[in-house]
Design a protein around this ligand. Sequence first.
Ligand code: NAD
Ligand code: MG
Length: 397
Amino acid sequence: MKRITILGSTGSIGVNTLDVLARHPDKYELIALTANKDIDGLLAQCLAHRPKYAVMADADSAEQLAKRIKQQALDTEVLAGSEALVQVAGLDEVDYVMAAIVGAAGLLPTLAAAQAGKRVLLANKEALVMSGKLFMDTVAQNQAELLPIDSEHNAIFQCMPQCVRGDFGRGLEESGVTGILLTASGGPFRTLPLEALSSVTVEQALAHPNWDMGRKISIDSASMMNKGLELIEACWLFHTRPESIQVVIHPQSVIHSMVQYADGSVLAQLGNPDMRTPIAHALAWPQRMAAGVAPLDLFDLARLDFAPPDLARFPCLRLAGEAMQAGGTATAVLNAANEVAVAEFLHGRIRFTDIAGIIEASLAQIPVREAEDLEAVMQADTEARHYAENLVRDLAA
Ligand code: NAD
Ligand code: MG
């Protein structure tokens, strides 16, 4: 039995994880579930899955959840606050941690899981984008296992040669790997006339053609910042540089990414766009197990299309590449400015096209420093948030 904490269990990845776990009650035991403020959601999960701990990041929500857990005569212990998230990520009795909190809020608990030497199932890409080297060093120093949940990175992992998989791509060149093809659907605005981009609505931006995901990542997919964050994520996970990664627009989202080899071979991982595949893969690795995903029907699919990305349409993708090249705290600035801009867009306070402008201005304004410790990363995050929030105020005025 492997014992599991799910950070962000009420979200899209969290719910998919619980679905996969429920298919294999003989293999996994739930220890802790966590959420921010979704009391009803977390209560329902506690009733269905009976975890030992339930954590709510928001203290008032935790208080209310505790009352309702008591009314239901459940044994689940309710904990509150960000320290409790860190605590359940590092418990001795936990083997695997699903890191599925969205955004920078996930950094500390995800890092805590790595510090405690767990198998970290990484969905929370923002944590890695912010803290890159620090995170990878923490994984290595504590013999944690890092398995990518992001469908592209999970695909790349599956297509990597056996000898570099466990060590996350160290020595790619010696293993004959010459490059990574990172696929992207292009999101809902792939073919929209460029001049219409500035007036798209929140609903249009949330309507992803192939994937059903949380709100933040859906907006990131529409701006292609999601692919930008994934480019950075891939650089860290597979010890490579942006020059070795080609983003490929592939609207069907069936090839989840590819690895190129020196002999001309290209290995791809295919499957229906369903996050339960990478989740089941990372849980069971190096074995395989059922995920509840429908088999891929190639005849039904008939064709697969590919195109290069348009950086004029998707400036966020360019900005992410530039931030990775700049190194240090630049990717933490990129991430923080993006989180602020996306939240403001979701609140209807800025236009879709303002997102890239806010990030670009933040990157230009905030000096890049070494990202050698958590303090430096958090300082860059705070500075970028303040700067981006001020820009939004100016835009509104
Ligand atoms: P979501 O918004 O559906 O869920 C987020 C979860 O995090 C919820 O459980 C929420 O309660 C919790 N949370 C939010 N703010 C918090 C805070 N301040 N403190 C503690 N907990 C908080 O998001 P999602 O779509 O499930 O995405 C989660 C992560 O996985 C993101 O980093 C995303 O980029 C990544 N990811 C998601 C998908 C997908 O298909 N949804 C695919 C690849 C990667
Ligand atoms: Mg992805």
